[in-house]
Design a protein around this ligand. Structure first.
Ligand code: ADP
Ligand code: MG
Ligand code: ZN
Length: 607
C-alpha cells in the first residue's frame, strides 16, 4: 500500500501547486495591473475606470482605455475605509500588501494530509521491520530467526559416508560458484533441493557444506519455528528471508524441518485449522515460483519425513531435486568415524574398522557422539589416548539409549531382513521384464521399513503385458517367499509388499480384464487422474452381483497365489545363490548393482 500511495500523493501535490502558481502568474500578468489602493482611487476619480468589481479583499476595475502595458484591468487590495480616509489626507500613495492566501489555504489542508500519510507509511515500515528485529511492535515479534552466516567454514571433507548425496550437490556448488557460466547453454538449475533422510545423518551439515564449498552466504531457518506465530507473520518472515538472500546473492536459503511447515494441507485438520502454517507455506510456494535461480540463490530444505510433505512442494520448479541422505553403511561409518576421530587423541593401534563393524544402524550424529563419549571415557580413567575399549564402552552406552528410542534389529531379525531383501532382488533378476536391481540395503530406512531394494525402471512403458504384471507381483512377493523358504515362517515385514501386490492383481482383474473366467469386463472406473491421489480408482464392487464379487476375489487370490509360487520355485532353485547373497548383504549392509551382478553370475532364470 504505502509506497504507491506516497508516490501518487507527491504527484498530486505537485500538480496542484503548479496550477495555482500558473494561475496567479496569469492573473497578475498581461491583462491585469496591480495598483496601490490610493492609485486605484485616483483612477476612479480620474474616470479611467468604467466598471468595478469588489471582492473580499481585492477590488478590480475595468479600464476604459487599456494601459500602455496592454492591461485592460487594474486591481488593488482594498484598504478599510477608516484607514483610507486617514491616509488620504497625507497625500501619499498607500496600499495594502497583496497577500496571496492560496499558499496558506493549501498548507492548511495539504500539510495534515501529508503528515497523515507520512505517519502511515512510517508506521507500516516500522511494523514490518518489527517483525524482524522485534523493534517497535512487540506483537509482531516472531520466534523464527533467520541465521545468516557469511562463511559456514564447513566443507565436503567434514561430511563423510554420503558420497552419493555429495555428488548430487556438487552441481549446485559449481552453479553457485559461477552462476553465469552455468546458464551459458540454457541449463536450468533446480530451484529447490530437498535433502531427505533420518535424523542425524548430516543433512544440516551437508547444506552448510554446500555453502562453504561455494563460498556463499548461508541463510537458515527452521520450519518448526514458524508454527507458533501470529497469522501473517510467518508469511512476512518468509518474504523477508527470500529478500535478504536475494540481496546477498549468491546465497543459499536453508529451511530445516520442512515437514513442520509443509505437511500436506488439510491432512491433519485440527479445530481452527493451521492458517498460519498454510499461509507461510503458500508464501514459500509463491517465492519459489517467483524466483529466478540465475540470480544465484538456491533453496535447500531438509526433512526426515518426506512422506507427509504436501505434494505441491515436490512439483517441477519447486523442490524438484530430491537427495537421499541415508544412514551410513559400514564403509560410510568408517569414513565418518575418521572425520571425528581427528578431533581426539586416539591410540595408535585403534582399529576404527572394528568400531564401524559394531555400530550398525547408527547415523552420523550418533557416531560423533560415540567418539566424544569414548574420549570422555578415556579422560575419566586418566589415560593418554582413546582406545578400542573406550569405544566399546561408549557404544554400549549410546546404543542402549538409541535402542530405547528406535528399536534396533536383533541379529536374527537382520538375517530375516537380509533374506527378505535378497528375495526381492533375485526374483527381479531372474524374471524377464522386471526392473533392474539398483541397490539392496538392510539399513533401516524411514518408518517401518527395515531394508529396501531399489529397482531402476529400465524404460518408460505405457503398455504392460499380463505376464509382466505377473512377474511384478512375483518380485513384490519375493521377499516373503524367501522368508518362507528359509525360515518357514511368515513375518509382518512384508505387509507393504502384499498390499502392493494385491493392488496390481486387483487392477488386472477389475480394470484390465485379464481374467479369462470373468471375461474381458471392467469392474472398476478409471477415476480421472487429476491429482495423483493414491487409491483414486473406485471399484464398482457395489455394482457387481454377490456371485461376481466372489469370483473377483477368487481371481485376485489366484493371481497372487500363482505369483507367489513362481517366486518360491525360483528361489528354491537358486538357494545357494540366495544364501551367498544374504550373507554378503549381512556383511556389507548395502550391495550396489555391480556387486549384486557379481554375486549372481550363476543365477538360473527359469523356475
Ligand atoms: P541432520 O540435520 O540430518 O539431523 P546434522 O547435520 O544436524 O544431522 O548432524 C549433526 C551432527 O552429526 C553434525 O554436526 C556432525 O557432527 C555429525 N554428523 C552427522 N552426519 C555426519 C556425516 N555424514 N559426516 C560427518 N559428521 C556427521
Ligand atoms: Mg538437522
Ligand atoms: Zn519387501
Amino acid at each position: 500500500m504505502d509506497k504507491k500511495a506516497g508516490f501518487n500523493l507527491g504527484y498530486l501535490m505537485f500538480a496542484l501547486l503548479a496550477i495555482l502558481f500558473l494561475r496567479s502568474l496569469w492573473t497578475q500578468g498581461e491583462s491585469v495591473q496591480t495598483l496601490p489602493y490610493s492609485t486605484f482611487e485616483q483612477y476612479l476619480r480620474d474616470g479611467k475606470v468604467d466598471s468595478v468589481t469588489v471582492g473580499d479583499q481585492l477590488i478590480t476595475g475595468h479600464l476604459k482605455v487599456p494601459a500602455p502595458g496592454g492591461q485592460t484591468s487594474v486591481v488593488a487590495a482594498i484598504v478599510e475605509p477608516a484607514m483610507a480616509q486617514r491616509l488620504a489626507q497625507f497625500d501619499v500613495p498607500y496600499s495594502r500588501t497583496f497577500e496571496p492566501t492560496w499558499l496558506r489555504d493549501l498548507a492548511s489542508w495539504v500539510l495534515p494530509t501529508a503528515l497523515f500519510f507520512g505517519l502511515w507509511y512510517f508506521l507500516g515500515r516500522k511494523f514490518a521491520a518489527g517483525m524482524g528485529a522485534g523493534g517497535l511492535v512487540g506483537i509482531g515479534k516472531s520466534k523464527a530467526k533467520v541465521y545468516m552466516e557469511k562463511q559456514t567454514g564447513v566443507t565436503f571433507d567434514d561430511v563423510a559416508g554420503v558420497d552419493e548425496a555429495k555428488a548430487e550437490l556438487q552441481e549446485i556448488v559449481e552453479f553457485l560458484k559461477n552462476p553465469k557460466e552455468h546458464g551459458r547453454l540454457g541449463a536450468r538449475i533446480p530451484k529447490g533441493v530437498l535433502l531427505m533422510g533420518p535424523t542425524g545423518t548430516g543433512k544440516t551439515l551437508l547444506a552448510r557444506a554446500v555453502a562453504g564449498e561455494a563460498g556463499v552466504a548461508f541463510f537458515s531457518i527452521s520450519g518448526s519455528e514458524f508454527i507458533e506465530m501470529f497469522v501473517g507473520v510467518g508469511a512476512a518472515r518468509m518474504r523477508d528471508l527470500f529478500e535478504q538472500a536475494r540481496a546477498n546473492a549468491p546465497a543459499i536459503i536453508f529451511i530445516d524441518e520442512l515437514d513442520a511447515l509443509g505437511k500436506a494441507r488439510g491432512a491433519f485438520p485440527v479445530a481452527g485449522g493451521h492458517d498460519e502454517r498454510e499461509q507461510t507455506l503458500n508464501q514459500m510456494l509463491v517465492e519459489l515460483d517467483g524466483f529466478d535461480p540465475s540470480v544465484g540463490v538456491v533453496l535447500l530444505a531438509a526433512t526426515n519425513r518426506p512422506e507427509i510433505l504436501d505434494p505441491a512442494l515436490l512439483r517441477a520448479g519447486r523442490f524438484d531435486r530430491q537427495v537421499l541422505v541415508d544412514r551410513p553403511d559400514r564403509k560410510g561409518r568408517l569414513a565418518i568415524l575418521r572425520v571425528h576421530v581427528k578431533k581426539i587423541k586416539a591410540a595408535a593401534d585403534l582399529d576404527l574398522d572394528q568400531v564401524a563393524a559394531i555400530t550398525v544402524g547408527l547415523a552420523g550424529a550418533d557416531l560423533a557422539n560415540v567418539v566424544n563419549e569414548a574420549a570422555l571415557c578415556a579422560t575419566r580413567r586418566r589415560a593418554e589416548s582413546v582406545t578400542l575399549s573406550d569405544f566399546t564402552q561408549a557404544i554400549e552406552r549410546i546404543v542402549a539409549g538409541i535402542e530405547k528410542k528406535n528399536r534396533m534389529l536383533t541379529p536374527k531379525e537382520r538375517q530375516v531382513v537380509a533374506y527378505h531383501e535378497m528375495g526381492h532382488a533375485l526374483t527381479a533378476l531372474a524374471l524377464p521384464g522386471a526392473d533392474a536391481v539398483h541397490k539392496v540395503s538392510i539399513i533401516p530406512h524411514g518408518i517401518g521399513a527395515l531394508g529396501y531394494t531399489l529397482q531402476r525402471p529400465s524404460e518408460d512403458r505405457s503398455l504392460v503385458s499380463r505376464s509382466e504384471l505377473m512377474n511384478k507381483i512375483a518380485v513384490l512377493l519375493g521377499g516373503r517367499a524367501a522368508e518362507k523358504l528359509v525360515f518357514d515362517e511368515l513375518s509382518t515385514g512384508a505387509s507393504d509388499d502384499i498390499a502392493k501386490a494385491t493392488d496390481i492383481a486387483r487392477d488386472m482383474v477389475m480394470r484390465y480384464g485379464m481374467d479369462e473366467g470373468l471375461g474381458y469386463v471392467a469392474y472398476a472406473e478409471n477415476a480421472p487422474r487429476f491429482l495423483d491421489v493414491a487409491g483414486a480408482t473406485t471399484y464398482r464392487g457395489g455394482d457387481a452381483s454377490p456371485e461376481t464379487a466372489q469370483k473377483i476375489d477368487a481371481a485376485v487370490r489366484g493371481i497372487v497365489h500363482d505369483a507367489f509360487e513362481t517366486a518360491i520355485a525360483l528361489l528354491r532353485d537358486n538357494r545357494a545363490t540366495l544364501d551367498r547373497c544374504a550373507q554378503a548383504l549381512l556383511d556389507k549392509e548395502t550391495l550396489d548393482e555391480a556387486e549384486i551382478l557379481g554375486l549372481t553370475a550363476d543365477l538360473r532364470r527359469t523356475a
